[in-house]
Design a protein around this ligand. Structure first.
Ligand SMILES: [Zn+2]
Ligand SMILES: [Zn+2]
Length: 132
């Protein structure tokens, strides 16, 4: 121990790290357990302003929302969107939602009433005419 030339960080330094970067960083810095860091912090009445970021990593719809367009996130987002749509549609089926029948009723709500079906086929015909 005597010939070790690295000086272990002082408790103050550790607590400073704790305050700035959180318990995990401080415990790595000090080479002690997180529990020890927290005990020191409690005895010195130091609180950490650091909040561990709750970030869902790839692949996830949350990561897609942050701008990631990797394959996994695209798929996760598509599934999340489909779930949202499914929930919406089942609310509508249970009579909980009033909708505007027509193109949006057909595509957004999977409504197949006469008005929605005819609006939808008109819409498709219009689109084809635009393209052709
Ligand atoms: Zn991603
Ligand atoms: Zn309808």
């Amino acid at each position: 121990m005597a010939d070790q030339d690295t000086v272990p960080p002082t408790r103050d330094e550790v607590l400073e790290t704790y305050a700035k970067q959180g318990a995990t960083a401080a415990s790595e810095f000090a080479g002690v357990s997180k529990r020890t860091v927290q005990r020191w912090a409690a005895s010195e009445a130091v609180t950490s302003g650091y909040k561990a970021p709750i970030i869902r990593m790839c692949p996830s719809a949350a990561s897609y929302a942050r701008g990631c367009r990797c394959e996994g996130c695209v798929v996760a987002n598509r599934e999340a969107q489909r779930e949202i749509k499914d929930r919406r549609i089942s609310r509508f089926r249970q009579g909980g939602v009033q909708i505007n029948h027509g193109v949006s009723g057909y595509s957004n709500w999977n409504c197949r009433c006469e008005l929605c079906r005819s609006s939808w086929s008109n819409y498709l015909r219009g689109r084809r005419n635009h393209v052709g």
